[in-house]
Design a binder for this molecule. Sequence first.
Ligand code: SF4
Length: 399
Amino acid sequence: MGLSPAFFSTPLLRGDGREARNLLVYIHVPFCRRKCNYCAFHSQPFDDVHFAWYMKTLMAEIDLWGRRLKSPRIGTVYFGGGTPSLIPPFQLQLIMDALRRNFTFTSGMEITLEANPDSANDKAYFQHLLSMGINRLSIGFQSLDDRNLETLGRPHSARQAAETFYMAREAGFGNISVDLIWGLPRQKPKDWNNELKAVVKLKPEHVSCYGLSIEPGTVFGKRADEGVDLEIPSDDDQARMFIYGAEFLEAYGYIQYEISNFARMGFISRHNQGYWDRMDYLGLGPSAVSTLGSRRFTNPSYLDEYDAAVRGGYIGEDFEELTDEIRAQELVMLTLRTSKGLKLSDYRELTGKELVKEKNALINALYRNGLIRMSGGFLRLTKNGMLVSNSILQSLVFD
Ligand code: SF4
């Protein structure tokens, strides 16, 4: 599908005609030390040759989008992966310089880098990050229990994870998030609670807690296909981990602002909140996804195809047009993940319909079962509702 030149030369507009807020920029870094047993993200082992190729193409892609979009104002940058902390500081500096040349940085921007304890483990490294403007870290702990880390196939220990955290803090990072996974093989609710106790002692500003999901093609997925019992906790135990875990974190001052995300006051992830608020985002790097106005496209996953698309100048040309129906589905699916919830008037504006009337029987049933509540013109999931969010969202959107 071709893009009209006007698409790239007009100011960014949302599909509904409103001028876009500052753009969110995501940079995908597709390299890892080795593949973790649960991971379905696009990544490959790090080596100098492929990394040099990636860098060259990424720099060209940044230039290309800077020209096409006429140096748009950006509000956040997020280096995700993969393992962005495998990028040496000198090369990261080159990327940051290219971003500054091609985009308009706004004041107080949030610039996040995902760091893994196996690669980000010295204070000077963190000082370098701060000096180039990276002001938020997301550290991939996943667990603070060595047995769990081994089960997950993580290339670091719990001690290394804590040391990475302390080093980043000592270097001057005042906004650190840590990622954890719950519902692990053989994990009991009390084990999860112990992990959370260890985490709150570190006092991170933000905690992300994801339930383990067994994805096809991963080591866990293959074992499950072979009939191996992964000893995943029962549904009841998983429910306890989710609900009590959230209550525990809230007791320590972390507000659950999205199903999997908790933050101290003033430290929500502005980048991720932007996704849930359906802001425009530009994804750079192989397999990165973008949504500009009502158009969505995904970069090729493999380096050779990604490189060819950037060099050929046709990156982003194969886009999907987001219809009002898709946008309404996304509005429901994204906003109901957040504690703010779905503003019912936004749904009305987009569709001309009243969701509560349209789905009256379902919403009443969810309300009676304590899974949903409504106030001030917003529809929200309760904690129990968040626990079964997938099936609720599925029924609200597709049934
Ligand atoms: S470090 Fe992250 S991206 Fe890399 S394999 Fe592990 S989970 Fe996947």
